[in-house]
Design a protein around this ligand. Structure first.
Ligand SMILES: [Zn+2]
Ligand SMILES: [Zn+2]
Length: 409
């Protein structure tokens, strides 16, 4: 079918605007916008047939004359973004199914393979208008903001993309979980046991870092992504643990990292300390979560009836470089699959004695359960310090002192 024949076939469906007419052959490159192309097709159709010209009258059966309201939609977007800081944006549209079905019917009836969908023209045209009004750029890959147009209700839904920053945290106080736990009794709803907070512990590393940050970013929430986690009763000192903080739905995005760091450290009151390193992106979260870094711990162990220090030291020698078989520890068995895993003890050394026990430093592969390496966990971890010494041994205190960074790899 030639273009005139095709134009006639499309016009036969009913009243159609130049945008929708032009889009039917949209991906053929004419160097024109859809409405220019549609207008040209219409003119040449009447010229070739030597009939009096008739322009678009009435209401377009496909888009309901959406394109006459482009400026109005752009104003709605601008007003929806009024109090939100953003550098780049993206326009999306929830095309009502009836509109999409209308044009798809024409595509398939006339076997059109170069048509452009209504959705992409709306997104592009509203995007251009918003760009002119705000001076901001559209960004398809990493927009700060997505504005979703809802033609049926005439409203705009704004999705603000998260902001991420990364650094290391040190946890200087025991008894703080890394992320917030729901109250075991009410599961977060709030009850007498938890003082109607819904929380098992009143604070977490996530909240201690997140609370001051939420204020600065004027965000809806903060989610901590850590490179592994320490036990509640372990401190995280020394090098600190790498983390990425995700600020959910922030109204502000450009914050000075040094000021942010100060605000967090001041707000956390010495219980947690952070040093911030850089801005990050969502892709970095996967990397940090899969971190296989070696961890170094300092532990205090109690040993029943130890004969001599040299007995302890030769037992430590026997563990150095050894691969340990660990069945999932009893203390976590209720929330992790029961399996046996192998992890290596890279180093284990005696560093001193205290009234209440011996201080050791242990470096292990990621995932080595330290308390069980010492106690043996009733034979579930083998070999263990208790097994080698042939007497009960337990960890009474544990700190993480080093988490190797693998960001370079
Ligand atoms: Zn139309
Ligand atoms: Zn509760």
């Amino acid at each position: 079918m030639d273009l005139t024949g095709l134009t006639g076939a499309i016009l036969a469906y009913g009243e159609i605007c130049d945008h929708c007419l032009g889009r039917m052959v949209g991906k053929r490159s004419f160097g024109l916008t859809n409405d220019q192309r549609g207008g040209a097709l219409r003119i040449s159709y009447f010229l070739v047939r030597n009939e009096p010209y008739r322009g678009h009258e009435g209401i377009c059966w496909i888009c309901q004359d959406f394109f006459e309201a482009i400026d109005e939609w752009a104003d709605r977007v601008v007003s929806a973004l009024k109090d939100i800081e953003f550098g780049t944006f993206l326009i999306g549209t929830r095309i009502p199914p009836l509109m999409a079905e209308s044009e798809e019917m024409v595509w398939s009836d006339l076997t059109l393979s170069h048509a452009e969908p209504l959705k992409s023209e709306i997104n592009r045209e509203v995007g251009k208008a918003v760009s002119e009004k705000t001076g901001k750029e559209a960004d398809l890959a990493h927009p700060d903001i997505v504005a979703l147009l809802e033609p049926l209700s005439g409203t705009v839904e704004v999705q603000v993309k998260s902001v991420f920053f990364s650094g290391r945290y040190r946890k200087l106080e025991r008894g703080i979980p890394q992320t917030h736990w729901h109250c075991r009794i009410c599961r977060g709803k709030g009850c007498e046991r938890c003082g109607f907070t819904g929380k098992q512990y009143q604070d977490s590393v996530e909240e201690l870092i997140g609370r001051p940050a939420i204020g600065l970013f004027s965000a809806k929430g903060a989610v901590l992504h850590g490179a592994g986690r320490e036990d509640i009763d372990a401190r995280m000192i020394g090098t600190g643990r790498p983390f990425i903080m995700e600020m959910v739905s922030p109204n502000r995005r450009t914050i000075d990292l040094r000021k942010l760091e100060e605000a967090i450290n001041e707000g956390a009151g010495g219980r947690v300390e952070v040093s911030l390193e850089r801005w990050s992106r969502r892709e970095d979260v996967e990397t940090i979560k899969s971190d296989k870094a070696h961890k170094k711990y300092r532990i205090l162990v109690e040993i029943e009836d130890l004969l001599s220090l040299s007995e302890l030291q030769s037992a430590l020698e026997a563990l150095k470089g050894v691969t340990i078989e660990q069945r999932t520890p009893q203390r976590v068995a209720h929330r992790r699959a029961d399996k046996i895993r192998e992890r290596k003890v890279l180093d284990i050394t005696y560093v001193g004695s205290k009234d209440d026990g011996f201080v050791l430093e242990v470096t292990g592969e990621a995932g080595l359960y330290i308390k069980e390496l010492i106690s043996g966990d009733h034979g579930r971890t083998r070999p263990s310090l208790a097994e080698i010494l042939g007497r009960p041994v337990r960890v009474s205190c544990l700190d993480v002192i080093q988490v190797d960074s693998r960001e370079e790899e």
